[in-house]
Design a protein around this ligand. Structure first.
Ligand SMILES: [Fe+2]
Length: 407
């Protein structure tokens, strides 16, 4: 169980308003309309701890340092190279992890178990689905947390790691709020000095192989559309230039991609049977521009569904391989956020699932060939650091092959 996933007393408050609010009853005005679920109340110990930790930071988010660019930068010196060809099994094999950045024993145990599977499967690439550095993201471009919560646990998994931003990576005073997106720039900057960490910009794409791609990954920043508080920096507002540019980029990049398989990777899921729920009603809220993820839902439905084969997400500390449906346009949602934390063992929603687990730590392996796309889901016993293959899902027909041509 985790106790750091904070849910605000009222949607679309700023961090300052939230911190000034002592309880839901003092927030003023009627209570927020919800889906009927009872929102989890703020854990005051965590909130105060986060406020103290954030005291050294600027109270207000600083203006964005630079506009996001989808143009990959050159990797740092000595960076592990991207695979140029499939492994000996004729596949590009990719380790998938999420919500891993605690530095705790469970993260080390999952990484150790994954390391053995990586060797057996011929992994050439890895994915980190956000919440890379708990609780508030790095304090600088070379924060020691990069070593303690990423490099050391993942030692021996010596491949490029496609990293995306999570709400904890972009928080200000309140851990996990996502209220300070500019902090994510530190994770972009860190990529220039790491052999593993690949984040050339806040959103980007990676085709494999580069020359004649079989699969292309589209890494997106879901935070400003899903933050627990309203964005103060106009650049990162839900309708501000950053999110408009990202949406436009993703739409064009998916359309232009020549890859047979297309995989979108982002922290917040479109569909989710775990406690946080799905985009548009995250954590029981259906009002406002931020907390519910209503604009992320719109983006997934109008840009991604029917165009990408997979959405790989974290945020919920669970393992879910959901079924592609007519609603998703044939796109499959996968949630893989149990690489350091777990949840309450309970399914909170009923989206059709091929397999799901709400209690165990784990990771997944995505294997891509011309003939098929395979997802292996593993749970990990933390005490023994051993992984067990629990489910294998396959699909043989790319979504784009079945979909009408997009205008
Ligand atoms: Fe998260």
């Amino acid at each position: 169980m985790c106790d750091d996933e904070l849910i605000p007393p009222q949607a679309d408050m700023t961090e300052q308003e939230w911190l000034r609010t002592g309880s839901a009853t003092t927030a003023g005005g009627p209570p927020p309309r919800t889906t009927g679920r009872v929102p989890q109340w703020v854990n005051r110990r965590t909130l105060l701890g986060g406020a103290m930790a954030g005291a050294a930071l600027a109270v207000l988010p600083s203006p964005a340092q630079s506009p996001a660019s989808a143009t990959p930068r050159i990797q740092g010196p000595g960076a592990f190279p991207f695979p140029r060809q499939p492994n000996g099994k004729g596949e590009f094999a990719v380790l998938v992890t999420g919500d891993a950045g605690t530095g705790d024993e469970a993260q080390y145990a999952v990484a150790a178990a994954a390391r053995d599977v990586c060797r057996a499967e011929g992994i050439g690439l890895a994915v980190g689905l956000g919440d890379n550095i708990y609780e508030n993201g790095p304090e600088s471009d070379d924060d020691t947390e990069f070593q303690d919560k990423f490099e050391k646990p993942n030692s021996g998994i010596d491949v490029p790691w496609l990293m995306v931003l999570g709400n904890h990576d972009c928080s200000g005073l309140i851990p996990g709020s996502g209220g300070d997106p500019s902090r994510g720039d530190r994770e972009v900057a860190y990529a220039a000095t790491s052999r593993r960490w690949y984040m050339p910009s806040r959103y980007y794409s990676v085709p494999l192989p580069a020359a004649d791609p079989l699969v292309e990954f589209f890494a997106i920043d879901t935070i400003p559309w899903s933050s627990y508080v309203a964005q103060l920096d106009p650049h990162y507002r839900w309708d501000g230039p950053y999110m408009r540019e990202q949406r436009s980029w993703l739409e064009g990049a998916l359309r232009a991609s020549r890859a047979r398989w297309k995989v979108v990777i982002g922290h917040h899921p479109y569909l989710n049977n775990g406690k946080h729920g799905s985009a548009g009603s995250y954590d029981g809220f259906e009002i406002g521009n931020y907390t519910s993820g209503v604009h992320l839902k719109d983006m997934y439905e109008n840009v991604v569904c029917g165009r990408a084969d997979l959405i790989l997400s974290g945020h919920d500390h669970t393992l879910q391989i959901l079924e592609p449906t007519a609603r998703t346009g044939g796109t499959r949602q996968v949630v893989c956020g149990a690489s350091a934390k777990t949840e309450d063992g309970t399914a909170h929603f009923g989206h059709p699932a091929a397999w799901q687990n709400f209690a165990d730590h784990g990771f997944m392996v995505l294997k891509v060939s011309g003939a098929r796309l395979t997802i292996d889901a593993y749970t990990v016993d933390v005490a023994t650091r051993k992984a067990t293959l629990r489910h294998r899902a396959r699909q043989t027909r790319p979504v784009a092959a079945a979909a009408p041509a997009h205008a």
